[in-house]
Design a binder for this molecule. Structure first.
Ligand code: HEC
Length: 127
């Protein structure tokens, strides 16, 4: 929030690289209470993905404090997808990305599983 306000203020002064898209602006906002509850409770419908999500991704991606993009907070995922594409996000998942561990702790996840998990968490569908 503070970053957004600072950016808006700086934008008025003409000195800020202000966020461009609706998603970029929304991604700077903290998750809403409804998004937090959704992230805490949501599970993939598919039993295979649900088992893998629960065992591997959920511990970080359902928690606001984990600094991981939150399951169901679409804008933060769309900004990442716009930057790196599906292949880039899959690569980050396989190789690890900053505090995101290699394979997200799911060493038996296939590429199709990973795409399904990212689709579930982002709410987006891989074309
Ligand atoms: C130990 C915590 C942790 C676990 C477990 C975890 N993640 Fe993450 N994940 C993170 C964090 C933190 C980030 C943000 C990293 C950053 O942007 O610096 C992240 C980011 C991501 C991204 C975005 C990468 C990008 O390029 O922007 C994807 C995709 C992702 N995780 C998928 C998964 C999947 C799929 C699983 C389960 C198989 C999983 N994660 C498990 C912590 C975790």
């Amino acid at each position: 929030m503070r970053k957004l306000l600072l950016c808006m203020m700086a934008g008025v002064l003409g000195g800020c690289d202000a966020p461009q898209s609706e998603d970029e602006r929304a991604a700077l906002l903290p998750p809403t209470p409804a998004q937090i509850i959704f992230a805490e409770e949501a599970m993939p419908v598919d039993a295979n993905l649900a088992e893998k999500y629960d065992r591997s991704c959920r511990g970080c991606h359902s928690l606001v404090d984990a600094a991981a993009p939150l399951t169901g907070q679409g804008a933060v995922w769309r900004v990442r997808l716009a930057e790196r594409g599906w292949d880039g996000l899959l690569r980050s998942t396989r190789n690890g990305f900053n505090a995101m561990p290699v394979n997200g702790y799911c060493n038996d996840c296939s590429d199709a599983d990973m795409v399904g998990l990212i689709e579930f968490m982002s709410g987006e569908t891989k074309p």
